[in-house]
Design a protein around this ligand. Sequence first.
Ligand SMILES: Nc1ncnc2c1ncn2[C@@H]1O[C@H](COP(=O)(O)OP(=O)(O)OP(=O)(O)O)[C@@H](O)[C@H]1O
Ligand SMILES: [Mg+2]
Length: 248
Amino acid sequence: MPNILEVDGIHTFIGQFHILEGVSLAVPQGSITALLGRNGAGKTTTLRSIMGLNPPREGAIRYAGEPIQGKTAFQIAAKGIGYVPEYRAIFRALTVEENLKIAERQKGDLAKRSDLIFELFPDLKRFYRLPGGQLSGGQQQMLAIARALVPDNRLLLVDEPSEGLAPIIIEAIVAALRQLASHATVLLVEQNFRMASMLADRYYILDDGQSVHSGQMADLVNDRPLITKYLGAGYAGTPVTPTPERSN
Ligand SMILES: Nc1ncnc2c1ncn2[C@@H]1O[C@H](COP(=O)(O)OP(=O)(O)OP(=O)(O)O)[C@@H](O)[C@H]1O
Ligand SMILES: [Mg+2]
């Protein structure tokens, strides 16, 4: 499969801080690729660099073979890249329907995609007219992912979808992401190693702003020394216990 996304030696600064010091990765079309690393490793900054929200000062980013570094976030999104940020950035006062509607890139996007969205996330159909703020944490995460599906995106950048969710809800999100992967390529940031290992074909590990390792997820799962070295002891063996789901 050709790579839909290629990140080549990017350097990104936040203010005067040199945060990414040479991050490279490739995401094959049709895959789920996991981006792993400890807290503060630079995972979110990498996604924000790709989206043009935190443009890199050096290095190249190609989407479907075309350089996109230097373009605005708006231009990059319009090429078909969806971003699901950390912490479920939905509009709490707007209904599920309104949250989805304002994610349209073109008029009529939602009508075209609602069957897929309801198939992946039946709860969103049930609570279509409810304010986003009244949904459970898991349902809010589903809404956040669904918003990125409203436009016809070919690549989704998803940042820690399992964060703060109960295991049973995580299972539902895993199932939805797996199904979603037949419609779009996914670059998935996850701290929950079990979730990442259930979903991803390939992985990249970031450490201290650099990409330090990559390979097949099936190999990483059995490589405890590597997991312990770069992801911490909590990653190895027992699944990372998620905190109980927040109630709203
Ligand atoms: N606004 C900021 N100002 C200064 N430093 C920042 C800022 N935002 C992030 N950083 C630093 O950049 C580094 C990378 O942060 P980033 O959020 O990309 O990490 P991450 O891998 O997503 O971590 P986490 O798993 O905690 O979400 C961290 O050391 C962080 O402290
Ligand atoms: Mg992060």
